[in-house]
Ligand binder design. Structure first.
Ligand SMILES: [Zn+2]
Length: 357
C-alpha cells in the first residue's frame, strides 16, 4: 500500500454534523440527585481522534429524507419524535421545560394509547434514558442518514464503511425509544441493504448492552440474522430482553442468537463469544453483507456496564470480524468511558483494517 494516499480511503467514515445539539446532560445532568447522562457529544470527539490518527477523514452524510427511516419505524412514533418537543412546550405549565420526559410509563398493565403529548411521552419513550430535547429529532435523523450513507457506500461496491452515529440506535424499537436511542441506525442500514438488493444480511452487535430494539425489529424475519454478544441482562440494561432462549420466531425462528456474558468477563471470554457469534453467522451459509453494531462499553470501567474488556479485546474482535470476509457496514453504538474511546477505536480499526489489507 505504498501509494495509499492516492487511492480511495480504506474506510469511508460518515459523521452526522447535527449530533452535538442533542446533549441531555447539559440540561438534566446537574444537581445533587441527578444521574449523569453518559451519552455525550464528547464521545464523538474522542472517536474522531482515532479516525484522524488512522489517516481517515470523516464526511457529512447526504440528506436522505425520511423514506429510509419510514421503511422501518412506525409512522405515529416518527410523528411523535418530530413534534413532541413543540407540543410539550405548548402544554399548560410546561412552557419553560426544555426536556420531554414522561411523568408515567405505559408499563405492563397499561396499554391504552393516549392522545396528549404528556401521555404519549410515556408511550413512546421507554425510560429516562431517552429524553427528547429541542434538537433530538434532527440529531437522530442525521445519525440515521450517516447509517444510510454507509449502507449505500457498501451497496456501491466498497468493502466497508463506518457510520459514526450519535445518538446510537440499537435499543430503539420500531415504535419505542430507550437507552439513549431514538432511531435504530443499524436496523435502518440493514433494511437499506435489503431494499438495495442484498438478499441476506448478518447483523452482529458487540455493544455490551443487548440490542433489544434490533432483536425485536427482526425477530420474525428470515432475511436478517441477528447475533448479539453482551452482558447478562439479568443485571444489566436492557434487563427485559437479551436472554439465551430468545432465538427468533415464525420465519425468523433460529435466526436470533444471544450470547450473554457474566459480570467481569475479560478479553478471552468476550472474544470466545464473538467467535461463537461469527461461527453462527457462517451457518447455514454466509450472509451477503454484515452490519456491525460496534460499541466500546464492554471496556473495563465503563460507567454503564460491568464487563472487563480492554483495547486488545477490541483489536481481536476487529481481526475476527474482518476474517469473515464480508462487505461490512459498521455502525457506532455505545461506549461511555470517554478516556478509553480513542484507544479502543484505534485498536479495533488496526485489527479490522490490517486483516482486510
Ligand atoms: Zn451499550
Amino acid at each position: 500500500m505504498s501509494h495509499s494516499s492516492r487511492q480511495a480511503p480504506a474506510l469511508r467514515v460518515f459523521l452526522p454534523p447535527a449530533h452535538a445539539r442533542h446533549d441531555p446532560d447539559s440540561v438534566i445532568g446537574s444537581g445533587a440527585a441527578a444521574r449523569p447522562y453518559f451519552e455525550r457529544p464528547t464521545r464523538i470527539d474522542a472517536l474522531l481522534r482515532a479516525v484522524t490518527a488512522a489517516g481517515l477523514q470523516a464526511e457529512a452524510p447526504r440528506d436522505h429524507g425520511l423514506a429510509p427511516i419510514e421503511a422501518l419505524h412506525e409512522e405515529g412514533y416518527l410523528r411523535f419524535l418530530a413534534s413532541a418537543y413543540d407540543a410539550w412546550r405548548a402544554e399548560p405549565g410546561f412552557a419553560s421545560d426544555p426536556v420531554v420526559r414522561p411523568t408515567a410509563f405505559a408499563v405492563r398493565p397499561l396499554h391504552r394509547k393516549p392522545s396528549s403529548v404528556v401521555g404519549l411521552a410515556g408511550w413512546y419513550l421507554a425510560g429516562h434514558g431517552a429524553p427528547l430535547l429541542q434538537h433530538s429529532w434532527s440529531a437522530a435523523v442525521a445519525s440515521a442518514h450517516a447509517a444510510v450513507e454507509a449502507a449505500d457506500t457498501v451497496l456501491a461496491g466498497a468493502r466497508q464503511a463506518y457510520a459514526l452515529t450519535r445518538p446510537p440506535g440499537h435499543h430503539a424499537h420500531a415504535d419505542l425509544a430507550g437507552g439513549f436511542c431514538f432511531l435504530n441506525n443499524a436496523a435502518i442500514a440493514a433494511q437499506r441493504l435489503r431494499d438495495g438488493g442484498v438478499a441476506r444480511v448478518g447483523l452482529l452487535d458487540i455493544d455490551v448492552h443487548h440490542g433489544n430494539g434490533t432483536q425485536a425489529i427482526f425477530y420474525e424475519r428470515e432475511d436478517v440474522h441477528v447475533v448479539s454478544v453482551h452482558g447478562d441482562p439479568a443485571g444489566l440494561y436492557p434487563f427485559y430482553a437479551g436472554y439465551a432462549d430468545e432465538t427468533g420466531a415464525a420465519a425468523g425462528a433460529g435466526r436470533n442468537l444471544n450470547l450473554p456474558l457474566p459480570p467481569g468477563a475479560t478479553d478471552k471470554a468476550w472474544l470466545d463469544a464473538v467467535e461463537r457469534g461469527l461461527e453462527a453467522l457462517r451457518r447455514p451459509g454466509l450472509p451477503d453483507v454484515l452490519v456491525l453494531s460496534l460499541g466500546f462499553d464492554a471496556q473495563a470501567g465503563d460507567p454503564t456496564a460491568n464487563l472487563a474488556v480492554t483495547a486488545e479485546g477490541f483489536r481481536g474482535a476487529g481481526r475476527r470480524i474482518a476474517d469473515l470476509g464480508l462487505p461490512t457496514v459498521i455502525i457506532q453504538e455505545g461506549g461511555y468511558l470517554i478516556e478509553k474511546l480513542e484507544a479502543n477505536l484505534t485498536a479495533f480499526l488496526q485489527g479490522f483494517l490490517s486483516a482486510r489489507a
